[in-house]
Design a binder for this molecule. Sequence first.
Ligand code: PGA
Length: 256
Amino acid sequence: MKTYIVGNWKLNFTVGEASIYLHKLLKKIPNYRDLEVVISPSLIALQSLSLQIDRHKMKLAAQNGFYRDYGAFTGEVSFSQLRGIVDYCIIGHSERRHIFGEDDKMIQKKVAAAMRNKITPILCIGETESERAFGETADVIRDQLIGGLSEVADDELEKVIIAYEPVWAISSTKAAKLASPDEIAEAMALIRKILAETYGEKIAEKVPILFGGSVNPSNAGGYLTVPGVNGLLIGGSSLILSEFADIIEVAKRVKS
Ligand code: PGA
C-alpha cells in the first residue's frame, strides 16, 4: 500500500499564493513512487492548480463538495463539477461536522456522491475531548465510520481512505494535545476491526487509514511507524512549504 501525505490548507492562501506554493513544491520534491502526496487548497484555487500540477508527483483534493450533482442549490459545488479537477475530497472533517453542522447522514451522501464521480473520499472521523473523557471514543469511531460508509458497497470500499483525527489533537483546537502512539494504535486497530466485521478482512486490509492532528516534521516519523498508520493528514504544518516538504522526506525515509 502507498503512504499518503495529505496537506489540508483549510481557509488559507489566495489563488496566487497557492500557485506559488505549488510551483516551489513541485521543484523541491522528486517523484516518489510509493508516496501519494496530496494537497487540498481552497475550492477557488482548484481549477488553476489542476492545470499547473504534475500528477506524477502529487494530486489535488477538494475540502468539500455537495452531494447532489446539479440543481437549485445556490452556493454549492458538486462532485460532478469537481470531477476531472481533483482526485480526492476530504469529507466529514471535524470542522465541517462541528462548525457547519454536518451529520453522518449528510456525510454518507457526500461519500456516495464523490465515489459516483470517481473522486476518492478521505473520510475523517474522530472523537472530541469530552467524548474521550466520557469513554465514548470507540462508539464515536464506530458511528462515524459505519454512518459515513453506509452507502458504500463491499466492492467499492477499497476506493475509500479513512482519516482518524481526534478533534482534541487538531492544532486549531484550543489547548490541543498531542495524541500518543498508543492512543493512535488503538484507534487504528479498532477502525480496521470495524471495517473487517462489516466488509470482510480481505477488503478491510486494503483501506488506507491516515492519522491527523498536530503533525509536524519532528513527530511525523514517529506517527508513521505507529502500527496501522498508512499516512498523515496535515493542517497547520502543511501551510509552511519547508515543513510540508520535510514531512514528505521523512515519510520517504521511514517507509522505504
Ligand atoms: P493540524 O490539522 O495538522 O493543524 O492539527 C489537521 C486537520 O485539521 O486536518
